[in-house]
Design a protein. Structure first.
Length: 620
């Protein structure tokens, strides 16, 4: 009877309890569309098991991949049987065989099946290249996968090809990106747009170029294997149906939606496509483990936690909630708010909090590197005139050595360092650097000791976002930071220009050699009041013999200062068009805190001025 489950749900008083709600959801979710009732399905499956290609084609028509006819592992066996018995396997069946091999079989078997299909001329163009990319990514051949993916995009020929590439980005695209993609005029524009789409994600996550595309294909394989609707049944028989809008009344305020928003993956799969593997899960006890899960992702600035609840039957996966379900004492390992008895007021606050987290999870995405703890690395980035960035790092040895006594013995300490430079406005990566640095740490090393390093990364002239990620090779502890708009000026000699100021410290033991000059560094990036800051920078575009005025200003970074705390001015006559300046800045008169150093150089004849600034942390 149409609408009966919704009417029943409104009438049942026990719906205020969780089990009653699940009963209601079960009644609604198990309704199947009329076209989903296929009496001959078992007969088709029986014939397909015997290698009948026609039956397999009929099944594939009823539930085209990535939907499934039956249990996925059984479906793969049937496809293998059909491929082994039939002389002319229909193309769509052969394609599903390849994809099911990627998903449930082996990447090598998928590659062989694809080679046979291509050799017989059954598939070509964008479709063949896209599937080639799927297989290559599954085999860990990421460069080959990326090449095939974009080659396929350049050969898009019809709406089916466009839909195939649309499906890849639809899991994570923003509304603006969706609008842009729909109006692209041709294949060339689509290839350019797709490169920018995936490159922008890598830049945002500080990953090497190509990382997110390969990761997205991996997430798709994992999601199909674990978070498909109807994992153990047949989507040829039917799919979950939307629940009547009459059900969305006050009794269901803790649920964000009561029906599947995607026909293939449940809500866990949808969010897995956006954020990947959660850092932690609440391992619920007993019966709770069957129909509820809680996931936590280590997002910034705080973790994102989403609860999921089973819908009627495990066939239909799980839906995201506005409040986690399950054993509260277990969930409190993820969120301390669940460690105390739940009151009505507390529940109302938690619903608001978890609604916001769910909405954030469903509208964002990422693939940042995740570490169990912070390595407390100190990272600096400087722009180098005419093309380059100087990276300086300092890492506490105590954070790199574990707690089994390595401090009492000599050991080798290794750190992986990755630098990604680009423009977030255009989603363009202009440079990437990935290396492992090792240091020999002596026995009895101090808890306060640091390992330090510096290196340069070539980049074009401009202002760039510079991201640096470093961590131990065991992937236990790491740190990361993004420096926005690091200036890499063009020194042409035609106009007055300053380089990024580099501030060093006497006795740091580290310096950078550049253009025949030694630039003192301070890898720990802090100064005591009783030690001078050693300032180095370059000036370009001077007129030899002309007088220039230099002004050094130190501004407090707290409050709203109207004037600098300290000002030092000097005048000098230019000896060359380009000069390197070294000088000491006394910090004795400053209170503890962080200051903004502003350097202004002015041509006293023309009035032309150039300025740069840098933060100076001052400690006791």
């Amino acid at each position: 009877m149409p609408g009966t489950p919704a009417v029943l749900c409104r009438m049942l008083p026990q719906l205020r309890r969780r089990r009653g709600m699940l009963l209601c959801l079960l009644l609604a979710a198990t309704r199947l569309p009329a076209q989903g009732r296929i009496p001959q399905l078992d007969s088709l499956l029986a014939l397909a098991r015997q290698g009948d290609a026609g039956s397999a084609a009929r099944l594939e028509h009823l539930a085209p991949y990535p939907k499934i006819w039956t249990d996925p592992n059984r479906e793969l066996k049937i496809l293998r049987a059909v491929d082994g018995h039939a002389a002319n396997v229909p193309v769509d069946v052969a394609l599903t065989r390849v994809r099911m091999e990627v998903e449930r079989g082996s990447a090598d078997s998928a590659a062989l099946a694809l080679d046979r299909l291509v050799a017989r001329g059954g598939v070509s163009g964008a479709l063949a290249l896209h599937i080639k990319a799927e297989v290559a990514f599954a085999r860990g051949e990421n460069d080959a996968g990326e090449a095939a993916y974009f080659d396929g995009a350049s050969q898009v020929a019809d709406s089916a090809d466009i839909e195939m590439y649309t499906a890849d980005i639809s899991w994570i695209e923003t509304p603006d990106e969706s609008d842009e993609w729909k109006v692209l005029p041709n294949e060339s524009a689509r290839v350019t747009w797709l490169r920018r789409f995936w490159s922008g994600r890598d830049l945002e996550d500080a990953r090497m170029p190509g990382s997110r595309l390969a990761e997205q294909f991996r997430r798709w394989r994992v999601s199909l294997g674990n978070y498909r609707w109807d994992r153990d049944g047949s989507t040829a028989r039917g799919v979950p149906q939307p629940i009547d809008s009459a059900m969305t009344h006050a009794d269901f305020t803790v649920v964000n939606h009561l029906f599947a928003t995607n026909a293939i993956l449940d809500d866990r799969g949808r969010l897995y496509m956006r954020h990947g593997e959660p850092e932690r899960k609440a391992n619920l006890p007993g019966i709770e483990a069957i129909d509820a899960e809680v996931w936590a992702w280590a997002t910034q600035p705080k973790a994102t936690i989403v609860g999921f609840t089973g819908v009627g039957s495990l066939r239909f996966g799980m839906l995201a909630r506005n409040l986690p379900e399950g054993d509260a004492m277990t969930i409190c390992n993820l969120d301390a708010w669940f460690c105390v008895p739940m009151t009505r007021a507390r529940k109302r606050i938690l619903v608001e909090k978890y609604t916001a987290m769910r909405e954030t999870a469903e509208s964002t995405d990422g693939n940042p590197e995740s570490y169990h703890s912070s390595v407390d690395g100190i990272i600096q980035a400087y722009g180098i005139p005419n093309g380059g960035t100087l990276i300086v790092v300092a890492i506490p040895v105590a954070k790199l050595l574990d707690h089994r006594g390595e401090r009492d013995t000599a050991s080798t300490t290794a750190v992986r360092i990755r630098v990604v430079v680009g423009d977030s406005a255009s989603d363009r990566i202009v440079a990437a650097f990935d290396t492992v640095r090792s240091w020999n740490t002596p026995s009895g090393v101090s808890k306060s000791a640091f390992v330090t390093a510096h290196f340069t990364v070539p980049v074009p002239v401009g202002e760039w976002d510079v991201s640096v990620v470093l961590g131990d090779t065991a992937h236990r502890a790491g740190s990361g930071v993004r420096f926005p708009r690091v200036p890499v000026p063009a020194f042409t000699g035609k106009s007055l220009a300053l380089s990024d100021p580099i501030i060093g410290r006497a006795g740091s033991g580290l310096s950078w050699q550049h253009n025949g000059e030694s630039f003192p560094l301070n890898p720990t990036n802090a100064w005591r009041r009783d030690e001078p800051a050693l300032l180095s920078y370059e000036v370009d575009g001077q007129v030899t013999g002309r007088s220039y005025e230099t002004r050094y200003e130190l501004w407090k970074t707290t409050g709203k200062p109207k004037a600098p705390t300290s000002v030092i001015t000097s005048k000098s006559v230019a000896r060359a068009m380009r000069e390197t300046v070294h000088r000491e800045l006394s910090l004795k008169e400053l209170a503890e805190g962080t200051y903004r150093l502003v350097i202004r150089v002015k041509d006293v004849v023309s009035g032309q001025e150039s300025a740069r600034e840098r933060m100076v942390p001052v400690r006791k």
